[in-house]
Design a protein around this ligand. Structure first.
Ligand SMILES: *[C@@H]1O[C@H](CO)[C@@H](O)[C@H](O)[C@H]1NC(C)=O
Ligand SMILES: *[C@@H]1O[C@H](CO)[C@@H](O)[C@H](O)[C@H]1NC(C)=O
Ligand SMILES: *[C@@H]1O[C@H](CO)[C@@H](O)[C@H](O)[C@H]1NC(C)=O
Length: 204
C-alpha cells in the first residue's frame, strides 16, 4: 500500500517537471546546412539507457527522433525528418543526446523539445529554439526603354530573415520605386525585388 502511494506520487511529481522553458537556448544555422540542437543528461545513470524523444512544437506527428532501448525507433517519426535526424551515437554513453538535423529547410525553424525518460520513470525536458537563416547573392539588372529611361532592378532570392535593401543614387538618396516581397507561406524564405527608374544612362 505504501509503495503504491509512493509510485503514484512519483508519477505526479515527474509529470510536474515537464513544462515549457520560457527562455530556450537558441541555435542559428543556415538552410541547406546542418544544425546541432544541444541536450545532455543532467545526471548520468551509467548502466541505464534512457529513452530520448526529440519533438517539434506544432508539428504533426511531432516526433523528429525517438531513441529507445539503444536504437532509433521509426514508427512515430514525422516523415519530413526522414533520414535527416540523428544522435551522435558515440556521445550517447557520455550523456550527450544532442540532435543533428541535416539539410535544413526554412520550415525547420521553431521550438524543439528534448525529453529524456529514465527507466525509473523520471523525466527531464529541455527546449531549444532553432532559427534557420538563408542568404544568396542579390542580382542586379538594368533595362532601358525607348524613352531612354533606365530601370534598375535588384532581386534577393530566398532570404531568411527578409533582407533590408535600398537602391540609392550617387548621393546616397533612396531612389527605390517599387518593392515586391514574396513568400510562399509562413515557413518559407523571402524573395524581395526592388526597382528604381532613372532618366539617364549616365546616372550612377
Ligand atoms: C531516476 O534515476 C536518476 C539517475 O539515475 C536519478 O537522478 C533520479 O532521481 C531517479 N528518479 C526517481 C524518481 O527515482
Ligand atoms: C555533444 O556532441 C556533439 C557532437 O560531437 C558536440 O558538438 C557537442 O559539443 C557535445 N555536447 C556536449 C555538451 O558535450
Ligand atoms: C526606400 O524607399 C522605398 C520606396 O519608397 C521604401 O519602401 C523603403 O522603405 C525605403 N528604404 C529605406 C531604408 O528608407
Amino acid at each position: 500500500m505504501y509503495f503504491c502511494l509512493y509510485f503514484v506520487l512519483g508519477l505526479l511529481s515527474s509529470k510536474g517537471c515537464f513544462s515549457a522553458d520560457p527562455n530556450p537556448e537558441k541555435v542559428v544555422a543556415f538552410a541547406g546546412e546542418n544544425a546541432i540542437l544541444p541536450c545532455s543528461l543532467k545526471t548520468s545513470g551509467s548502466d541505464d539507457l534512457p529513452t530520448v524523444e526529440w519533438s517539434k512544437e506544432g508539428l504533426k506527428p511531432n516526433v523528429v527522433f525517438l531513441y529507445r532501448n539503444g536504437f532509433e525507433t521509426f514508427e512515430m517519426k514525422n516523415q519530413g525528418f526522414e533520414f535527416r535526424t540523428s544522435l551522435f551515437m558515440r556521445e550517447v554513453k557520455n550523456g550527450n543526446v544532442s540532435l543533428r538535423i541535416s539539410n535544413l529547410k526554412p520550415s525547420d525553424a521553431g521550438i524543439y523539445q528534448c525529453l529524456i525518460i529514465r527507466r525509473n520513470g523520471s523525466r527531464e525536458a529541455t527546449d531549444v529554439q532553432l532559427v534557420v537563416a538563408a542568404v544568396s547573392d542579390p542580382k542586379l539588372s538594368v533595362d532601358s526603354d525607348e524613352n531612354q529611361r533606365v530601370t534598375v532592378a535588384c532581386e534577393a532570392t530566398c532570404w531568411l530573415p527578409a533582407p533590408l535593401m535600398e537602391i540609392v543614387d550617387e548621393k546616397g538618396n533612396n531612389i527605390t520605386d517599387t518593392v515586391e516581397i514574396q513568400r510562399a507561406d509562413l515557413t518559407e524564405c523571402y524573395t524581395v525585388r526592388q526597382t528604381a527608374t532613372v532618366q539617364s544612362h549616365t546616372a550612377r
